[in-house]
Ligand binder design. Structure first.
Ligand SMILES: [Zn+2]
Length: 612
């Protein structure tokens, strides 16, 4: 080959030090098939794979568009490099040193982007050298060691240190004969406002080098050493070679493992990635502080089918994060969320509890849909139908995202369990969901559609009907009896304390009546009503006192009502225990489970007694 720069021997060495399968896999997802690898062609757009790589011959060919050749052709074609640049690119990948060819004319020939790449490579060496070899870098070095990183890890991730000087990097790069224009474009130095000079962007910071997935340094993240300095993290600005929404920190090192496992873990921070990698969990990347983008999703999907998210609890639930996770899902990735102990970062979990604990958390990761439902429906008791209906309304958009009906039904059951809605009422929920889905489809077609989904009255009515089954009327009956026949008040007081009533409204009313009865020897409903400020309660009591048409056996009615109320309370208690038992089973909390089961049996017994 007539290149004239490097010897044939050197070029052959570079050729054999790179594997075309690895290089091609950086551009498209490859699957082993027989004795070759196939995938979607990176040279043309296609839906079914016709791109072939033969690992033994180190050749590729696309049956769709006819592109083919060796590793040099491949890189030239996709990176837009000439032959010499391709040789340099592949030499760099294989860590092979090249003889310098540094005439300033050559440098000008290389395009600006290549020069900015080269500047970053120099800066990486500069920061890394200062960290490891210089006095000024000691404190940075010590910081990383204190974080638990070993020397091998520090080298592998090319961690560095930017000294507390204004022009150290600038002077170093200037000596290398790069133009001021290139240095400014690299984002590593900043023009001074009042004079013609430049100063370093990163000063007195430890440095995380950001590589693209091919392993070229493209930017830096700098963290302060003292918590007084601001901002805590400073990243490279957008440059011709760095757009943070297109890259993932750590992917250059993680991609082989990700490809093998077809799974990736996404963290928030650089240190999470480094800690996990050092602990042997190597399929890890970080999202560079932004919410995930389509480009990042596509990049990951080249290597992975499934993605785990390991953000701290606050970030994971944030709207921007959830949007990012939807983007991953839209790109066809399976998304699961790792739930971290509250207040702990992934690197803290690994450092304090070991990688095995973190692997446990991976096993317990929940599907994205379940995670969303959990973040909308907190672990609590939903005290009445209104509460449950409101909560169900909030999860409708999430349930609506599920496209497969069986899966939708399954999650409907999951939601019902969380809300404490009985299994027999799932049909009611399903009808409501279908109503919502129908509205969504039509609403999207026609914005003016009259078929609006805005109230859940039907749902409430239906649930009310089946769930409270006489409870409400029993309480009303009791109140009716005691305000009109106050000799029943002490009898009721013996049997039901105000705080045994589940609903706020009734609890207040009963407490009010008891108090009024204690304070007044002469119980008059008019006087009682005088003391009530709450208009809703006032109206209800008024209605009940006027409606006093009680006839028949008052005693029997009184005790029947009490029975009904108690029965309902026991059922609610049992439902609640049932949920907590299921949760304790899931979390293997056996001592808690034992206690809950005892309580469960107690209430079952009480319920049977009341039923007789
Ligand atoms: Zn092709």
């Amino acid at each position: 080959m007539g290149h004239g720069y490097y010897s044939e021997d050197l070029i052959e060495k570079i050729r054999y030090s790179n594997d075309l399968v690895d290089v091609a896999a950086e551009y498209t997802k490859l699957k082993e098939q027989g004795n070759s690898y196939i995938g979607l062609c990176p040279f043309h757009n296609e839906k079914t794979p016709s791109f072939n790589v033969n690992p033994d011959r180190q050749l590729y060919y696309c049956f769709g568009c006819g592109e083919g050749g060796n590793i040099f052709n491949f890189v030239m074609g996709l990176e837009g490099l000439n032959f010499i640049e391709t040789v340099e690119y592949l030499a760099n990948k294989a860590d092979i040193d090249l003889p310098t060819r540094d005439s300033s004319q050559d440098k000008r020939r290389r395009n600006k982007k290549q020069q900015i790449f080269a500047v970053h490579k120099l800066a990486t060496k500069f920061y890394h050298y200062l960290l490891l070899e210089s006095e000024v870098g000691n404190q940075g070095h010590q910081y990383f060691l204190d974080r638990g990183f070993n020397e091998e890890t520090i080298k592998k991730f090319r961690l560095g240190f930017a000294p507390d000087r204004w022009e150290q990097l600038y002077k170093f790069l200037s000596r290398k004969d790069y133009s001021k224009e290139i240095l400014a474009k690299s984002g590593l130095v900043i023009p001074r406002k009042n004079s013609s000079g430049y100063y370093d962007r990163f000063r007195n910071r430890i440095i995380f080098t950001i590589f693209d997935h091919r392993g070229q340094p493209i930017g830096f993240g700098g963290r302060v050493l003292s918590s007084d300095d601001k901002p805590k993290y400073l990243n490279s600005p957008e440059t011709p070679i760095f757009d943070k929404s297109h890259h993932l920190y750590g992917l250059n090192l993680a991609k082989r493992t990700i490809r093998k496992k077809e799974e990736a873990i996404i963290f928030e921070g650089y240190t999470d990635v480094i800690t996990a990698y050092q602990a042997g969990i190597k399929n890890v990347v970080a999202s560079l502080g932004t919410s995930l983008t389509k480009e990042q999703a596509k990049l990951l999907h080249r290597y992975a089918e499934k993605v785990y998210i390991a953000y701290d609890a606050d970030t994971a639930g944030a709207k921007a994060t959830l949007r990012g996770l939807d983007i991953l899902k839209k790109e066809g990735l399976v998304v699961e969320v790792i739930q971290l102990p509250i207040g702990q970062d992934p690197d803290e979990v690994i450092n304090e509890n070991g990688p095995s604990k973190f692997k446990e958390l991976i096993e317990q990761a929940v599907p994205l849909i379940e995670f969303k439902i959990n973040s909308i429906l907190p672990e609590k008791r939903f005290k009445d139908i209104d509460d449950k209906v409101a909560a169900f309304k909030n999860v409708l958009p999430v349930l609506n995202q599920i496209e497969i009906e069986i899966e939708r039904d399954e999650y409907l059951g999951f939601v019902a369990e969380k809300l404490g809605i009985k299994e027999k009422n799932i049909g009611v929920l399903k009808r409501e969901l279908n109503k919502y889905r129908k509205y969504k489809v039509q609403g999207n077609k026609d914005i003016k559609s009259k078929n609006r989904y805005n109230n859940t009255n039907d749902l409430k009515k239906e649930l009310d009907k089946s769930q409270t089954s006489g409870y409400d009327s029993a309480i009303k009956g009791l109140i009716q009896i005691i305000i009109n026949h106050h000799e029943f008040i002490p009898k009721l007081k013996q049997r039901l304390k105000p705080d045994e009533f589940i609903d706020d409204k009734y609890r207040q009313i009963i407490a009010l009546i008891y108090r009024f009865y204690e304070a007044n020897t002469d119980f008059k409903v008019d006087d009682l009503l005088e003391e009530i400020n709450d208009q809703e309660i006032k109206k209800l009591l008024l209605r009940l006192s006027i409606q006093d048409v009680v006839s028949g056996d008052l005693d029997k009615m009184f005790f029947d009502h009490i029975s009904k109320v108690k029965e309902h309370q026991f059922r609610m208690k049992i439902d609640n225990l049932d949920q907590r038992i299921k949760q304790a089973e899931r979390e293997n909390e056996f001592s808690k489970l034992d206690q809950l089961l005892q309580e469960y049996q107690k209430y079952q017994g009480l319920l049977r007694k009341e039923g007789n």
